[in-house]
Ligand binder design. Structure first.
Ligand code: PLP
Length: 419
């Protein structure tokens, strides 16, 4: 038995790619090779190419092969977190003096990385709205821009970028297009087939799917034709080992197990999200709903073209300002107040104070009355009832403080804010 990525459908690849029965025992699930080193049959006599688990480990290899098969890529790499993978991509492909285009709406940690980590190492960036192809073209510095970093849908405002159009713009300027496919997943969206060169994931989210692992992935295209970047795969392979931000065997195994059910989970996430959106649109406590499946979403047509369905993430602006939004987050029974997303359980959070606290005061600052929902796969009627009760319980905003009132505790600084 072996999986044929060229022939097999997505769900088949998710269950079989990279996961041949164990040669030693026939175990149908790849074992957790919880090991750091491997016996050599004489110096350099490696069995299966394994010598030290930072360089390669059989459980991680199984995951990396599966990731590549699911994205239709040349090679997959598994990391200790999404950000560790992103860091390895940037360090592999950029040098001091190079420049990147970064989304004006993105995961706060991605912006923090470019603004507070890459920048001090001499890698500059320009922020652009990626739903505006002309804005991206204008932000590119020909010869200096090496990467256009794309997130679509974006976290947390569910903006949509046209991957095919942006790939053309990036390639015309000699830059690579990197797509963070965390929100859509490889089930809903295939960036490499649309012209992207590299895909990244926080596999902490939908890929793992059970909120029990922090991990990341990078997948490179089968061939990269941007001049000077053709060896991107080898560079990433070198840096994965040289930096060492790898996924450990148990974490790799958890993600591999999660991937087996990605297709069915994503279908249910999408179905439940559509029902939740129906409830939220026109709800008296809701000012605006962000969901690319809504026909009046500015990116709806592009999303319909490049995504299988519209995903399980929904954001809303709550009427009554920040106070009301915070109240809603604290008033649910089933929706768990917490960071992260993409697990089987529904999560609710306040981006301005939680996942996106690190971008306060920057161009990526998010509305104070924004609430982000990661719609899980529970019975959707329970989710709708619980959300409705929380929205209805929201009270009127408090009166503004008197001039002499002590000021509220200050927001965390860009350095202390976590998430
Ligand atoms: N990309 C997106 C879209 C995310 O939402 C996150 C985390 O929330 C990351 C990357 C970073 O992933 P990790 O937390 O696994 O490092």
């Amino acid at each position: 038995m072996s999986s044929d990525p060229a022939r097999d459908g997505f769900a088949t690849r998710a269950i079989h790619a990279g996961q041949e029965p164990d040669p030693a025992t026939g175990a149908v699930v790849p074992p957790i090779y919880q090991v750091s080193t491997y016996k050599q049959d004489g110096i350099g006599g490696l069995r299966g190419g394994y010598e030290y688990s930072r360089s390669a480990n059989p459980t991680r290899t199984a995951l990396e092969e599966c990731l590549a098969a699911l994205e239709g890529g040349g090679r997959g790499f598994a990391f200790a977190s999404g950000l560790a993978g992103q860091d390895t991509v940037v360090r592999s492909l950029m040098r001091p003096g190079d420049h990147a285009v970064v989304p004006s709406d993105a995961y706060g940690g991605t912006y923090r990385y470019f603004n507070q980590v890459a920048k001090v190492q001499g890698i500059d960036h320009t922020i652009a709205s990626l739903s505006d192809v002309d804005a991206v073209r204008a932000a590119i510095r020909p010869g200096v821009t090496k990467l256009v970093w794309v997130e679509t849908p974006t976290n947390p405002l569910l903006g949509i970028a046209d991957i095919r159009a942006l790939a053309e713009v990036a390639h015309a300027a000699g830059a690579l297009l990197v797509v963070d496919n965390t929100f859509a997943t490889s089930y809903l969206q295939q960036p490499l087939a649309l012209g992207a060169d590299i895909v990244t994931h926080s596999t902490t989210k939908y890929a793992g799917g059970h909120s029990d692992v922090v991990s990341g992935a990078v997948v490179t295209a089968r061939s990269i034709s941007v001049m000077g970047m053709e060896d991107a795969e080898e560079r990433i392979m070198f840096h994965q080992n040289a930096i060492g931000g790898i996924a450990g065997p148990f974490d790799a195994w958890l993600v591999l197990r999660g991937l087996k059910t990605l297709a069915v989970r994503m279908e249910q996430h999408c179905t439940n999200a559509e029902t939740v959106v129906e409830q939220l649109v026109g709800h008296p406590a809701v000012e605006k709903v962000f969901y690319p499946g809504l026909p009046d979403h500015p990116g709806h047509d592009v999303a319909a073209r490049q995504m299988r369905r519209f995903g399980g993430m929904v954001s809303i602006l709550v009427r009554g300002g920040e106070h009301a939004a915070v109240e809603v987050c604290g008033a649910t029974r089933l929706w768990t107040l917490g960071e992260s997303l993409g697990g089987v359980e529904s999560l609710i959070e306040h981006p301005a104070r939680m996942t996106h606290a690190s971008v306060a005061g920057t161009p990526l600052e998010v509305p104070r009355n924004l609430v982000r929902l990661s719609v899980g796969i529970e019975d959707v009627n329970d989710l709708v009832d619980d959300l409705d009760a929380a929205l209805s319980a929201r009270s009127a905003p408090p009166a503004p403080p008197a001039p002499s009132a002590p000021s509220a505790p200050s927001a965390p600084s860009a350095l202390t804010a976590r998430g």
